[in-house]
Design a protein around this ligand. Structure first.
Ligand SMILES: [Zn+2]
Length: 329
């Protein structure tokens, strides 16, 4: 005779016959819930990988949560326990990503040498940890190791630090020194407890997350963007409004009629092309934006995604100004 099946139980065969056993809460769901309790914003990664498993911009259908524009993992990362139970209930083997930006987190990623020699300025270093120790010494500061630290299977060390809500620090790769990367706005880190084919992410140091020491900030701050060279346009005859409009229409048309799967890239390219001409004073920013938005709508690119793509393209293009009459450019 078998006992009635309790809620949430799974059938299991044992040597003594068939029994019922309560289904354990999925382990990685527990990892995600624990991180969220600390105020860290989590989202699922594919099982045994560090790739986000929420759809990306290019695959966006513009439905559901993305009805008003695409939301990426950074926007969808959450501390809501119900949403976490829903996500990991559906996919219990998903790894746990922590979105650094919304979590007000800055994480230093210290890597081993991977069998390579360091450049001369870091001679003798075997790990990003050695480089960080030298940077601390140069700054006359203690080694900033007294904070929550994770270890990846590589094995890299992840030093977690709190930053203010207004922090603009982003990801870096080797900017501060050899084998030192970092994750901030626009970046994420794999939570300890997650699993990869080559091993498990573990906690290397159980400690509260310390505030980011002030002396580290300049090391991870990008240098100011160089101003573009001033351009001499000489005495070019302005083009007629008709020709300018025709050109605008032609560029916008490439977006409206972009082949499947190329709409996003085409929009960025078109915005870049027009951005250069806005920089050269051929069109106003408003004219370019309006034409691109109309084309994006015709091509059914979600508004939020179109906004980002158009702004990125216009901004990049404005660094290389040109006029329509500059045939060679
Ligand atoms: Zn989407």
């Amino acid at each position: 005779m078998t006992a009635p099946r309790p809620a949430g139980a799974v059938r299991r065969r044992t040597t003594r016959g068939r029994t019922w056993r309560r289904r354990p809460a999925p382990r990685l769901m527990g990892v995600a819930l624990a991180a969220a309790r600390q105020g860290l914003y989590v989202f699922p990664l594919w099982p045994r990988s560090k790739t986000p498993c929420l759809h990306g911009k290019r695959r966006c259908q513009g439905t559901g949560v993305c009805a008003d524009g695409h939301l990426g993992w950074e926007q969808r990362a959450t501390t809501d326990p119900d949403l976490i139970r829903y996500w990991w209930g559906a996919s219990p083997t998903c790894n746990v990503g922590i979105a650094c930006g919304p979590s007000n987190l800055y994480v230093l990623d210290l890597d081993p040498d991977h069998g390579e020699d360091p450049p001369p300025e870091w001679a003798g270093a075997r790990h990003g940890r050695d480089v960080l120790a030298r940077l601390a010494e140069q700054a006359g500061q203690p080694y900033p190791g007294d904070t929550f630290t994770g270890r990846s299977p590589s094995p890299s060390l992840h030093l977690y630090f709190r930053v203010g809500q207004d922090s603009t620090l982003r990801n870096t790769a080797g900017r501060a020194g050899w084998r030192i990367d970092s994750r901030g706005r626009g970046g994420f880190i794999v939570a300890p407890g997650s699993v990869r084919r080559d091993g498990v992410y573990t906690v290397a140091r159980h400690a509260p997350i310390a505030p980011l020491p002030g002396w580290l900030v300049p090391l991870f701050t990008p240098p100011p963007r160089p101003l573009p060279e001033p351009v001499e346009f000489g005495d070019v005859r302005p083009l007629s409004d008709t020709r300018r409009q025709r050109y605008l229409d032609k560029v916008a048309d490439t977006v409206a009629h972009a082949a499947p799967h190329t709409a996003h890239d085409t929009l960025v390219r078109a915005a870049y092309t027009l951005g250069r001409l806005v920089g050269g004073g051929e069109f106003t920013d408003d004219e370019a934006r309006a034409a691109l938005h109309i084309a994006a709508q015709q091509r059914r690119i979600p508004t939020g995604e179109a906004d980002d793509a158009i702004s990125d393209g216009l901004e990049a293009g404005a660094l290389y100004p040109r006029r329509l009459a500059d045939r060679a450019a």
